[in-house]
Design a protein around this ligand. Structure first.
Ligand code: SF4
Length: 194
């Protein structure tokens, strides 16, 4: 799962230094959900979110991938901040560039903004890991913690669409997770797979 990690550790052991193995890129502070536990609603952040002003430009973030390759980075995680797919075109372009560069790619998303075309792109690219955040095994529980109402069903639709397209295309190249707290999801094996 972690290609190249052994090499990084050996470099570290030999030279006392190794390039970063993983880079996290936060695409945005903005999000379409209003989760109760989200850092964005803490008093010190609520009025200080960067979206849309001061967000790093598309061009700069895309160039960062080239710089990461030059440094020897092996894996890039696209995450928040907020919801990566708020900047949908950027998310797609970053994923393309990451996979074209031969890096491992992982993304954390609330799963509510992906179109079927996004899902096709990710499976076709050979995207490696998708983490879809849920806070409960049913709409009733999840949507109370992750409003607005309907977010659970949208995330579920995304998970189902990934499974559908992987079956259709015969490509089964990534690892999908769909929960934050595993113990809450007993009996919902349909929401995850290894
Ligand atoms: S999906 Fe993530 S970023 Fe969006 S409100 Fe919920 S916790 Fe915050």
């Amino acid at each position: 799962m972690y290609d190249g990690l052994d090499d990084h550790l050996l470099l570290w052991e030999k030279h006392g230094w190794a390039p970063p193995y993983r880079m996290h890129i936060c695409l945005t502070d903005h999000c379409n959900l209003e989760c109760l536990a989200c850092w964005r609603f803490a008093p010190e952040h609520r009025n200080n979110l960067s979206y849309p002003r001061n967000e790093t430009s598309d061009i700069r973030l895309l160039k960062l991938i080239d710089e990461a390759v030059g440094l020897g980075v092996k894996e890039i995680e696209l995450t928040g901040g907020g919801e990566p797919f708020v900047r949908r075109n950027l998310a797609r372009e970053l994923m393309k560039r990451i996979k074209e560069a031969g890096l491992r790619g992982t993304i954390t998303t609330n799963g509510t903004l992906l179109s079927y075309d996004d899902i096709r792109l990710m499976v076709d690219l050979g995207w490696d890991e998708v983490i879809i955040s849920l806070d409960g095994p049913t709409a009733e529980i999840n949507d109370k913690l992750r409003p607005p109402k309907g977010s659970f069903n949208k995330s579920l639709e995304t998970i189902t669409s990934f499974k559908k397209y992987k079956l259709e295309s015969g490509k089964d190249n990534y690892y999908q997770r769909s929960f934050q707290g595993q113990r809450f999801f007993r009996g919902r094996n349909d929401l995850s797979r290894d």
